[in-house]
Design a protein around this ligand. Structure first.
Ligand code: ADP
Length: 432
């Protein structure tokens, strides 16, 4: 394709110029001299254009390049076009950045962008309010110099950002923040801080309320139970009152066990900071669980217990016992007499595995993820019959979370279920 700035066009121009010089030289009778003078003129003209370009690039304040002529016209016009393109691109990028910043400012949380060395690159207004940053003075500062808290320094140093960190706000002692850090882009980090004071307050109120109500219900229920037992012992076995009295006693017993479970749950919830240095003798614990299971099973089930000797766990004995015995009692309660229940405590690659497998009724897959919710029951009537409160697995979940573990459930309807958890390696102790 031919265009005005093509090499072919430039070359033709040069050829025409040289030919003209030669022609004039022949007419004058001195072609060599005229050719030399022509070439010299051409060089001077080119240098002049170069000087103009240089002047514009380095000295001139004008944004647009000077008007070029001849073969230089293409160069000047090219620069002008490139400039326009760059200006448009910069404009687009600035608009994009503006939109991004507006979006980040509209976030309901504090947002801070950090580089790989944890220096602050940018923060939104909420970060200035919640974390006390001063912008732009704090630009480029290390974030752990501004948030001076040992927990925060340790968190950022460890570089494990899977779990969020809870921290009192550097601005106010009464405000609690949840800090999350996410890696993105070219080794950059995005820190998001949320004010969770209200959530924690409400959670505390709920826990306190449940614990207080359960505690207050204990005495009236014991009194009711006592009087019911007395009335039952006084009533004639075939009198009209015998059946209602038996029912009333059964229901008060249920309420009592529910209150007990609620108290256990709130106690476990409150005791999040357990002493993980404490060693729990797991073979002793398994012996106790075996005795309990035998008493519950009343010889109607095939029980098998396997415990790896010398394999102990660190943590809270009461909480671990509560978790294990809830799983065993569930296995017995949700398995028809004659079924098989096998309990194991053994080492696996990731730590110590506790599992309870039964040949019971099993659980449909859609229920499994919700089983650890408080009061969630697959079949309330069945659960009521078996004396369930719907709190057992919630207790298990909380107790396990304090031991850095979680409950795994695998089940097949009509075939049976396996409830298990792994105490991680760092909490396991092996005796020689
Ligand atoms: P509950 O006191 O009602 O047993 P849990 O929290 O211990 O409450 O258990 C929640 C629900 O999970 C139970 O109602 C029951 O439907 C189901 N479940 C728990 N363990 C088993 C099991 N081993 N086999 C079948 N279903 C089970």
């Amino acid at each position: 394709m031919f265009d005005s700035y093509s090499g072919y066009r430039l070359f033709t121009r040069l050829a025409v110029f040289l030919l003209l010089c030669l022609l004039i030289g022949l007419l004058v009778g001195n072609p060599l001299w005229i050719l030399i003078i022509g070439l010299l003129g051409l060089v001077i003209w080119h240098y002049r254009q170069l000087a103009r370009l240089n002047f514009w690039l380095w000295r001139d304040r004008k944004l647009t390049p000077p008007q070029g002529s001849g073969s230089w016209e293409g160069v000047f016009n090219g620069i002008y076009r490139l400039q326009g393109k760059n200006r448009r691109r910069v404009g687009q990028l600035a608009a994009l950045l503006g939109r991004f910043r507006q979006g980040a400012e509209a976030l309901p949380d504090a947002a801070v962008v950090l580089d790989s060395e944890h220096n602050i690159l940018w923060c939104n207004k909420l970060a200035q309010l919640m974390l006390g940053f001063v912008w732009p003075q704090d630009n480029g500062q290390r974030i752990d110099n501004l948030i001076r808290h040992p927990d925060f320094s340790a968190y950022i140093k460890a570089g494990k950002y899977k779990e969020p960190l809870e921290l009192t706000s550097p601005v106010s002692e009464r405000r609690l923040l949840e800090i999350r850090i996410m890696a993105y882009g070219d080794r950059q980090l995005l820190l998001i801080a949320r004010d969770i004071t209200r959530i924690r307050q409400l959670e505390g109120m709920r826990k306190e309320f449940v614990a207080n109500v359960s505690h207050e219900l204990k005495t009236p229920l014991t009194v009711l139970q006592g009087y019911l037992e007395m009335m039952q012992s006084m009533a004639e076995p075939d009198s009209m009152n015998a059946k209602p009295l038996a029912l009333m006693q059964q229901q008060t017993q249920r309420m009592q066990s529910m209150v007990e479970q609620l108290l256990v749950l709130s106690r476990i919830e409150d005791a999040a900071d357990i002493d993980l240095e404490n060693t729990v003798n797991m073979s002793q614990l398994m012996d106790v669980l075996k005795e309990e299971a035998k008493a519950l099973a009343k010889d109607k089930y095939e029980l098998s217990f396997h415990c790896e000797p010398g394999l102990d766990s660190h943590g809270n004995e009461l909480q671990l016992r509560s978790a294990c015995s809830n799983l065993i009692s569930n296995a017995i309660r949700y398995t028809e007499p004659g079924g098989k229940i096998s309990v194991q405590w053994r080492s696996v690659a990731t730590g110590g595995l506790f599992s309870v497998a039964d040949t019971g009724e099993g659980i449909a897959p859609q229920h499994i993820s919700r089983l650890t919710e408080r009061f969630y029951r697959v079949d309330s009537a069945r659960s009521r019959q078996t004396g369930g409160s719907g709190l057992g697995l919630a207790i298990v979940k909380h107790a396990l979370s304090h031991h850095h573990s979680e409950l795994n459930i695998s089940s097949e309807l009509g075939k049976g279920s396996t409830f298990s958890f792994v105490i991680p390696q760092h909490l396991i102790e092996r005796k020689k």
